[in-house]
Design a protein around this ligand. Structure first.
Ligand code: FMN
Length: 171
């Protein structure tokens, strides 16, 4: 029986990958075996006994790689402990509740998914690196991203604390 925990992420600009790597690091520091991989690189869940899934929210939707992953590995995930975290709000204090609602709505599309833990963290935004269609979405004056400055509201202490609580749950 395998003892490894999979930390799997979807990302467009890399901020969720960095958070997933931090979570993997904390799990390992606490005596667990953990591997961190992009969702696209996973071809089987057989090597794993638990999974921590992660993705950013874009325009109310979870990044599609994680939705594909959930659909593809439904049976395996239904039989192991699964945790989920998402990245999103760029102004974590003002936008957190809306982002949590977006996440809950997205996760409700997978009613079989029973999570041992769920978290939403602030995200990272840099208008200089946006690619189409995001660059296009940020252009109109009515866009919430119009002239929005770069920001990084990832709360690393909250991310580490959540990983610590996961380490206990998955011990
Ligand atoms: C075009 C665009 C749309 C976004 N839409 C949302 C959203 O609907 N809700 C939210 O909470 N965050 C939203 N965000 C913020 C992202 O989730 C955040 O930037 C995240 O850290 C990106 O993750 P990544 O670097 O792993 O791709 C949006 C960002 C962009 C660029």
């Amino acid at each position: 029986m395998t003892d490894t925990i999979l930390v799997v992420y979807a990302t467009r600009y890399g901020s969720t990958r960095e958070a997933a790597e931090k979570i993997g690091e904390v799990l390992r520091e606490n005596g667990l075996q953990a591997e961190v991989h992009p969702a696209r690189n996973i071809h089987s869940l057989e090597p794993y006994r638990a999974a921590v899934l992660s993705a950013p929210v874009f325009v109310g939707s979870l990044q599609k790689d994680i939705k594909r992953f959930l659909a593809q590995y439904k049976e395996a995930l239904a039989g192991m402990p699964v945790a989920f975290f998402a990245l999103g709000p760029l102004d974590a204090s003002a936008e957190m509740q809306g982002a949590v609602d977006q996440l809950d709505k997205e996760l409700a599309k997978f009613p079989w998914l029973k999570l041992v833990s769920k978290a939403m963290f602030g995200g990272k935004y840099d208008p200089a690196v946006l690619r189409f269609p995001d660059s296009f979405l940020a252009k109109p004056k009515f866009s919430p991203l119009y002239k929005r400055p770069a920001s990084d509201t990832r709360d690393w202490e909250a991310i580490k604390d959540w990983a610590l609580s996961l380490a206990e749950t998955l011990q």
